[in-house]
Design a protein around this ligand. Structure first.
Ligand code: NAP
Length: 203
């Protein structure tokens, strides 16, 4: 069988996308030798409420990655109606590109949640999990959980990365309080948030 492509998937709600997401994707690309990283905003999430409308989240992702060679926007999940599930996305991608090896890029917290997602065993079969272990994490707990998931078929690569104390929740709260966010998101995203008056009335 000819060698397949190595493609990363950086999935997220991206409400909004921020420098932590971009650093995570860049570290994965560099450490795992990924040819391309697909930035894949989620569509409807049955797990999150009051999420900003999809088109605006997509616009921000598009602005954030436009100067990064190797980062591509993927609208697979936003074009789908109904809830999006990672197993369905991977099934779709693998059917279209059977020789491609997919690497699903996540924060290590996801190791503790993924068993509650739909068909985790299919996710383990179709993608390698690339987990960011930020430098304040409990490494032993992550290793123990990772070993248990590996025994259920998961392939996990651990990424070392510095902790960037940024979250989308915190960014929304800062915007609402009038605190500058210019160090937390790319300038184009900060400008878009201001221009579209996003998050000023967040609950
Ligand atoms: P998100 O909040 O936008 O975050 C995206 C990723 O970036 C997460 O893995 C997150 O890890 C990481 N991240 C956030 N802040 C970071 C920082 N400062 N430094 C480094 N990494 C950071 O997206 P999400 O809602 O968690 O969704 C992630 C993916 O999981 C999406 O593709 C979604 O569709 C999928 N998902 C699937 C199911 C399902 O199939 N049932 C359920 C839930 C989610 P941390 O969480 O560790 O911060």
């Amino acid at each position: 069988m000819k060698n397949g492509r190595r493609i990363g998937i950086m999935g997220g709600t991206f409400n909004p996308i921020h420098n932590g997401h971009l650093l995570l994707a860049a570290k994965a690309q560099e450490q795992v030798f990924l040819e391309q990283v697909l930035f894949m905003p989620s569509g409807n999430s049955y797990m999150k409420r009051n999420v900003l409308e999809t088109q605006k989240r997509v616009d921000m992702v598009s602005l954030a990655i436009k100067n990064h060679p190797g980062f591509e926007l993927s609208l697979i999940e936003t074009r789908k109606s109904g809830n999006t599930y990672t197993c369905e996305t991977l099934n779709y991608l693998k059917a279209a590109n059977p020789n491609t090896q997919y690497y699903f890029i996540v924060g290590a917290d996801i190791l503790f949640q993924i068993e509650q997602w739909r068909h985790p065993e299919q996710i383990f079969q179709m993608a390698v999990l690339v987990c960011a272990v930020r430098d304040d994490y409990d490494i032993d707990a992550i290793q123990e959980k990772g070993n248990a998931l590996a025994a259920s078929g998961a392939n996990i690569i651990y990424l070392n990365m510095p902790k960037l104390d940024i979250s989308s929740t915190d960014i929304r709260a800062k915007v609402k309080s009038g605190i500058p966010i210019s160090k937390l998101v790319p300038p184009e995203v900060a400008h878009y948030i201001e221009q579209e008056h996003l998050y000023y009335e967040e609950d």
